[in-house]
Write a protein that binds this ligand. Structure first.
Ligand code: NAD
Length: 250
């Protein structure tokens, strides 16, 4: 029980096969009360029955809306009286080439991944500051580090790299208040973002570049989040944890 009685918010957490829902479930198994948020209303309804209502709160919301983010933090405080952990996980990608990026695509990809992290973090930090404790973890990507993953365009790499910079700056500023901020950079993880987009030949070629010779699972990423959310990582802040099977060693 690494998160007993902790209150943990996970954004982008209603997708059936997603990293967010797997994370919420793992945290719940470790004793946490979980606040699950997602823009997908139907998906939110679907996951509601999977958690005890006493130890969960499911909120439909868009991380690009500052109001939605602050309302989510308020709802968590109203129900549980504290916020210990925030996992900034909501994200979208778009596999296009550099010259194909349209202004509206740039806005969309930067907004959900990067602006969403800013607004959601701004919404929880006052409560964490008051408690003089908290852990915020950001879902960046290997794409930020190597200039492209497999499914993301250059604007996705930029957004995910922006998350690393923002996270490091937050770690410097907020450490004095007992708040730790870290990022995770997943490699290729089998979720809806990647589902059905790889034929066997493509998959074999990709696996040649992964020393652990398999795609990652949402569980692999959730376990890294668990480490960074819990006291096991009590002296770690401003760090980036690779969860990529060795796809990018640097
Ligand atoms: P996913 O599509 O299952 O999860 C993303 C979730 O975010 C979805 O449930 C979606 O409804 C939600 N969402 C989208 N826009 C939102 C918004 N504006 N507000 C709130 N919620 C919103 O995919 P996933 O692979 O589980 O992705 C989770 C995170 O991991 C993303 O940030 C993604 O960029 C990152 N990531 C994934 C991989 C991978 O290979 N799957 C690799 C590196 C990083």
């Amino acid at each position: 029980m690494l998160l007993k009685d902790k209150v943990c918010i996970v954004t982008g957490a209603a997708g059936e096969k997603g990293i967010g829902l797997r994370t919420a479930k793992l945290f719940y198994e470790h004793g946490a009360s979980v606040v699950i948020s997602d823009i997908n209303e139907q998906a939110c309804e679907k996951v509601r029955s999977e958690f005890d209502p006493e130890r969960s709160l499911i909120v439909v919301g868009n991380v690009v809306s500052r109001d939605d983010c602050f309302n989510l933090a308020k709802a968590a405080m109203d129900k549980f009286g504290r916020i210990d952990v925030l996992i900034n996980n909501a994200g979208i990608t778009q596999p296009v080439k550099f010259e194909e990026i349209l202004p509206e695509d740039y806005d969309r990809i930067l907004d959900v991944n990067l602006r969403g992290m800013l607004y959601m973090s701004q919404a929880v930090v006052p409560h964490m500051k008051a408690a003089r404790s908290g852990s915020i973890i950001n879902t960046s990507s290997v794409s930020a580090q190597r200039g492209g993953g497999i499914f993301g365009g250059p604007h996705y790499s930029a957004a995910k790299a922006g998350m690393l910079g923002l996270g490091k700056a937050m770690a410097r500023e907020l450490g004095a208040f007992g708040i730790r901020i870290n990022s995770v950079t997943p490699g290729l993880i089998a979720t809806d973002i990647t589902a059905g987009k790889l034929d066997d030949q493509m998959k074999a070629k990709i696996l040649e570049g992964i020393p652990l010779a398999r795609m990652g699972t949402p569980e692999d990423v959730a376990k890294a989040f668990l480490f960074l959310a819990s006291d096991l990582s009590s002296y770690i802040t401003g760090a980036t944890l690779d969860v990529n099977g060795g796809m990018h060693i640097h």
